[in-house]
Design a binder for this molecule. Sequence first.
Ligand SMILES: Cc1cc2nc3c(=O)[nH]c(=O)nc-3n(C[C@H](O)[C@H](O)[C@H](O)COP(=O)(O)OP(=O)(O)OC[C@H]3O[C@@H](n4cnc5c(N)ncnc54)[C@H](O)[C@@H]3O)c2cc1C
Length: 493
Amino acid sequence: MDGIYESPDLDALAALDRRVQDDLAALNYPPKSWIPPTEKPDGGEALDVVIIGGGMGGLAACFALFRVGIRNLRILDRGEKHLEGPWVTYARMETLRSPKQLLGPASGLPSLTFRAWYTALYGEAAWERLDKIPRAIWMDYLIWYRHTLSLPVENRVAVDSVSPEGGLLRLALSGDGTEDRNIWTRRVVLATGREGLGAPILPDFIAMMPRARWAHSSEAIDFAALRGKRVVVIGAGASAVENAAEALEAGASEVRLLARRDAMPQINKMMGIGSPGLVAGFPALSDEWRWRYLHYNNVAQTPPPRGSTLRVSRHANGYFHFGVTIDQVEEKADGLILTTTKGRRLETDFIILGTGFDTDPHRQPVIEPYADNILQWRDRYTPPPGLEDEGLASFPYLNSDFSFKERNVGQTPWVERIHCFNYGSKMTLGNVSGDIPAISDGAAWLAREIAARFYSEDIEHHWQYLQDYDTPELRGDEWTPSDLPDSTLDGES
Ligand SMILES: Cc1cc2nc3c(=O)[nH]c(=O)nc-3n(C[C@H](O)[C@H](O)[C@H](O)COP(=O)(O)OP(=O)(O)OC[C@H]3O[C@@H](n4cnc5c(N)ncnc54)[C@H](O)[C@@H]3O)c2cc1C
């Protein structure tokens, strides 16, 4: 937590802002726009891109698109200003799991890194002392990133649907952050985060439970109300452990984590093997290899962070139970009775589901009417016996520009103009649009690929521009043409 208790050096931060501007100027940022205008159905100009989501992914995508001269865009987030993403809403860990040195959304600019920002505010010594990044500090950094780059996020604007209209995509909007109720764009980027192509996983038994008795970890939870209460947390991943810690710290009388797995995983495989080679190489691997990697990772499972686990173990009334599955839950006047596969019964007052999210285009409401025609991994690849995994099979099978592919080609061609820049791209393109480590790589690919699509779609315009372009580089006064000398070769008569 070093640094956050020290007074920030606002002059140094202002100097860093100037350094960012200098760096951008040195990179000739922003480049000129080059995309011809497109008319929308009600007259006026359509947008080129709409980014749905103003979290880290949306910000990185917006900056990357600006850097390739795609500037006719809007970036919309349904959340409150400066509360985008999970960091200060439902994330409950004290610090990020990601190491502080990661480059995150800095996009190759040293002045945009978390390190540059933190060091400007709190000094080199505080940077040296900093162990892991407190999550609220990370949010502060993202807020600075957005403002120093003047990224035009519009908050309190929810996109309710994306549908095809007149060769464009029409987005139906709600929320008081804009008066627009419909906008038209050529392409959409779904920068909608961890649950951006899915929804919380809810076990079957929960449907029978009164809503006041349970919550998913991604919801707002009144932890103060759990004081003196018995709490069961389902799962033993990061979210489960962090919610258990939060309940214990709020004064729950006991917190029991129930995990199906027989033991706590201890090795974070994919984080450990991360490298530029993996980032660059993963999308080029065969379907077999990509499946094998992610299936292996699912079986190995990702451990919760050490700090979060110790946060639970600090409390004598925090318990980890492994190899437990819930068969049945009954409601009694004074709580819930859980029957587990081990035949044991357990009484509790409240259940927190640390069960994570699934990833399936059918579960993203804005594309729901045509999600059936979005190609998924199950349509393209049948794993060998023993490597089956319904969770992986539900991921979309994407194009290299993060856009969806059609299951039946020609039925919903507009899906190829919707780019899945969220956790859902992981199976096809690797972890380049879901977490901090490679978000700048993902954003740069996205921007380059979108630029390429626009250029080829508008080839008639660019061809005409090539022919019409008539600004001389030479004025005609720089040289004088002369005749070849009339010489004879040696030996000739
Ligand atoms: C509890 C938790 C802890 C995590 N910890 C880490 C970590 O330590 N390190 C790490 O690398 N990653 C971590 N992650 C993953 C984390 O989600 C990403 O790194 C990061 O938030 C991804 O940014 P994003 O912009 O893709 O998504 P988000 O930050 O989730 O932003 C998505 C945004 O989209 C908006 N949105 C969604 N749908 C709509 C709509 N229809 N209309 C308008 N707006 C919409 C939301 O309001 C949200 O602000 C964590 C995730 C969770 C859930």
